[in-house]
Design a protein around this ligand. Structure first.
Ligand code: CMX
Length: 435
């Protein structure tokens, strides 16, 4: 993979000059104002992170390296006969900012295939988990246990110049990403299919191999590519990406950082929402006894959820203020491939019914659907009905984005993250509250 690595090396040199200049000559320029609301409010919106891999526009949604999602899907090369692009091509784009050509993407597909063999102890580790373990726990542990494979860690302790950190980090990253489809599908097989696994096929690309190991026919290969691509990155402030960045800043390797990212993703306000959407939709279906609900019945169900103090899963977002384009892309796919699916019909009705209710409810800043409102329903349609597994699928995608980010973090030699905390007394004093 000399081509990609050399390209990256040149880009790193250029980028280092830019960050060095900013730090040296403009280090004291103010970027944002820190208010008590931001300190107590989960740092919502505080501009204090940097990444060039993706940017989340509140109205337009995510852009990868400046490209909107529809542009990404249009421009990236696709495998023969596929409607969705290579996942490997997306990784190339995130890493370099360039759309790869056919030969560049094929080279990366080959590179991933060379590195895909999963060490035996990973299978044994997965086998050793007690039944009813959540797949995210298993997935996170399996990834973390590969820390022993890290070239970066070994080289660091042998003495490595800071300027060269990114090189072994890059090698670790390719080694890890190439193994994720097999680790995830073995976790699936172990937890839900009595350990009956299908071995990977070295002639397939990332998305097709994942579908193959899940035992799924077409178009599940495209479903997988679509899913991994739209979940890969959402700039740096979300819990999973930020966790990876934070843990990586202590020079933990890619395995430890990715495992931490997976743990952050496993929370119900983040990646677990796709699973919650499914549970919630099925409660609704059960209530309807299989009959098609009227709009009034759906409205009542939404209000009942809100009045019981719960959030409507799959709606709202910390940054977005319009319908998530990741939702729209999945909706378009569903309209093309599964428009008569009963659950999809529910999702479509909710798309019309929920936003006005959330506006009337008056709490959520964004009443529109997010990525999770739709993703689980597609998986359900294609027979992946063990919905605890949905967040693992999100995790594979997110690993691709955070990997590109972490390689760049190390390349630009970003320091240990260490914000300062205050006490409540101090905040009251700053506010001028006298006791
Ligand atoms: N249903 C009901 N209430 C909601 C809501 C929803 N879908 N979304 C937000 N709210 C409420 C919040 O709970 C909060 O209530 P309080 O003021 O009573 O505490 C209020 O609206 C303001 O919240 P916000 O600023 O609009 O949203 P946050 O940035 O705090 O939270 C998110 C964002 C996604 C956690 C929230 O919208 C939510 O809980 N949505 C449902 C879960 C979900 O779909 N998560 C997936 C997110 C996608 C991703 O992981 O990328």
């Amino acid at each position: 993979m000399a081509g990609l690595k050399e390209k990256l090396r040149n880009k790193i040199e250029e980028q280092r000059l830019r960050t060095r200049k900013l730090m040296k000559e403009y280090g004291d320029v103010e970027v944002d104002k820190v208010t008590i609301r931001k300190v107590l409010g989960g740092m919502r919106g505080l501009k204090c992170l940097v990444t060039d891999i993706s940017y989340l526009d509140p109205d337009m949604g995510i852009r990868y390296r400046g490209y909107t999602l529809p542009e990404v899907f249009e421009k990236l090369p696709k495998p023969k006969g596929a409607d969705m692009p290579y996942v490997e091509g997306l990784f190339y784009l995130l890493l370099t900012g360039e759309i790869p050509d056919e030969s560049e993407v094929t080279e990366l597909v080959d590179e991933f295939n060379k590195r895909r063999i999963v060490p035996r102890y990973i299978y044994e580790l997965i086998d050793s988990f007690p039944c009813c373990s959540h797949p995210m726990t298993v997935f996170s542990s399996a990834v973390m246990s590969m820390h022993r494979e890290s070239f970066f860690s070994k080289k660091y302790f042998a003495g490595l110049r800071k300027e060269e950190y990114w090189d072994p980090f890059y090698e670790d990253t390719l080694n890890m990403l190439a193994k994720l489809p097999e680790i995830a599908t073995y976790t699936f097989a172990k937890l839900y299919r009595d350990g009956n696994r299908i071995q990977s096929n070295p002639n397939l690309d990332f998305g097709a191999d994942f579908a193959f190991m899940m035992g799924k026919e077409k178009p599940y290969d495209d479903v997988s590519r679509l899913h991994f691509i739209i979940h890969s990155d959402h700039e740096s402030g979300n819990v999973s990406a930020h966790t990876a960045h934070l843990v990586g800043s202590s020079l933990s390797d890619i395995y430890l950082s990715t495992s931490a990212m997976i743990n952050g993703l496993a929370g119900p306000l983040h990646g677990l929402a796709a699973q919650n959407v499914l549970q919630w939709l099925q409660d609704l279906m059960e209530k309807m006894g299989g009959a098609d609900p009227t709009e009034a019945e759906i409205k009542q169900f939404v209000w009942d959820t809100l009045n019981s103090g719960q959030v409507i899963p799959g709606f709202g977002h910390a940054v977005l203020r319009k319908t998530d384009p990741r939702y729209t892309i999945q909706r378009d796919f569903s309209l093309q491939h599964m428009k008569d699916d009963p659950l999809f019909k529910y999702v479509d009705m909710l798309y019309k019914v929920v936003p006005p209710i959330l506006i009337e409810h008056g709490h959520a800043k964004n009443p529109w659907p997010n990525v999770d409102a739709q993703s689980g329903v597609i998986q359900w349609h294609y027979g992946v009905r063990d919905y605890d597994f949905y967040t693992v699928l999100f995790g594979i995608g997110r690993a691709i984005g955070i990997s590109a980010n972490l390689i760049w973090d190390r390349a630009l030699m970003y320091p240990l993250e260490r914000p300062k905390s205050l006490t409540t007394d101090m905040l009251e004093k700053i506010a001028g509250i006298s006791k």
